[in-house]
Unconditional design. Structure first.
Lengths: 129, 238
């Protein structure tokens, strides 16, 4: 007997994997949409001349933005790998094993790809070793 | 050991309240047993529905700790919760306390043309369904629906759109589409292909599959129909 949130995470995370995956896809999709607008806004600075663009780029070279870039990598990877899972399901591949697909493909392989990109980014862009 | 059971009530004057009761937890006590204990010993005005008590009829489907389940098949102990919250199935009109009207569910069920329409009404021959056909392979896993409404109330799309057919109706339509003796393929596919009502509204969240007390993979049925609609002109069983 424990709190309802803990019970849900322990007992039902496997059972409702499909819903968890759907929420992840929507949240990462919205974050990528936000990033797209930010990207367009930055690129549009070119129209104001090279100085305005360089000033905008200088902001993105701060360590905080490098950390956010690592977050962006995580968002892209999750969205992409989960997108592959959804495509497979729509093709009728792994519908019976969708929970395995989520936890092993989306989460498992997603984490591996994320770490493969995030560790060098953190070492060379944030810590600058 | 005691458990606290919170039961949703709907007074005549409107609104939603919760009645709370303390019960002694027994080893094999189901949620339905707990509801009967409350009704017999504590509050005789409590309204709920049940019939078979063995998970066959689907009439005791309620929301238990926010998940639609059959009260008769859910052991209180298995919930791992000191408080058990019992509410009527969401997304369906409440008749009294935990009893809901399944009228909206069956309205949509009827729209999917669930009844068998034979190709040859006069035929006296027994149909032969070879074991290697898709119907023979899929039917055992798809035909056990007890129309409890758990999938319908767990589906987030039916919550938003009262016109979406819902997982149970679509699963029944799939069974009919697969059946080589049935003649209403094109009529059914036309209903299933509709933008608001049909299969395209499904967001593949698998909530229906996760809550089906009979373990039917309803999302698989919906995905199969989506693919069939994309290859129109070819046989459904191809």
């Amino acid at each position: 007997m424990t709190s309802p949130a803990r019970v849900f995470l322990r007992k039902y995370r496997w059972r409702f994997s499909g819903m968890v995956a759907w929420v992840i896809q929507r949240v990462t999709g919205l974050l990528l949409l936000f990033y797209l607008f930010l990207h367009i806004h930055t690129v549009s600075k070119l129209a104001e001349g090279p100085e305005a663009f360089n000033q905008a780029m200088a902001t993105f070279h701060s360590p905080l933005f490098k950390l956010l870039e690592i977050g962006l990598l995580g968002t892209v990877v999750l969205h992409a790998v989960n997108g592959i899972r959804i495509t497979l399901i729509d093709l009728g591949i792994g519908v019976e094993k969708q929970r395995h697909l989520f936890w092993f493909l989306t989460v498992g392989i997603g984490i591996l790809i994320f770490l493969a990109g995030a560790i060098p980014m953190f070492l060379f862009a944030v810590l600058k070793v | 050991m005691n458990i606290r059971i919170r039961i949703a009530r709907f007074p005549v004057q409107g609104g939603k309240t919760f009645s709370e009761f303390q019960l002694v937890l027994e080893e094999r006590m189901t949620v339905l047993d707990a509801l009967f204990r409350v009704q017999r010993e504590m509050d005789s005005s409590l309204g709920f529905r049940c019939a078979c008590r063995v998970g066959m009829c689907g009439s005791c489907a309620v929301s238990i700790n926010r998940i639609p389940r059959l009260a008769c098949s859910t052991l209180v102990k298995s919930l791992d919760s000191a408080t058990v919250t019992v509410e009527p199935l969401p997304n369906l009109p409440v008749i009294k306390d935990l009893a809901v009207s399944l009228a909206p569910f069956f309205e949509l069920w009827k729209r999917a043309l669930p009844a068998f329409r034979p190709r040859n009404k006069e035929s006296q021959e027994l149909a032969r369904i070879p074991a290697d056909t898709l119907f023979a392979q899929l039917a055992p896993g798809k035909r056990d629906c007890i129309t409890c409404g758990a999938c319908y109330s767990a589906c987030t799309i039916t919550r938003k759109s009262g016109r979406y057919l819902g997982p149970a109706a679509i699963n029944r339509a799939l069974l009919r589409l697969l059946d080589p003796r049935d003649a209403a393929d094109s009529e059914r596919l036309a209903v299933l292909d509709k933008e608001i009502e049909g299969v395209w509204r499904c967001h593949t969240q698998f909530n229906c599959t996760a809550t089906c007390p009979r373990g039917i993979n309803l999302t698989d049925s919906i995905v199969r129909i989506k693919r069939a609609l994309l290859r129109r002109g070819r046989s459904f069983q191809a």
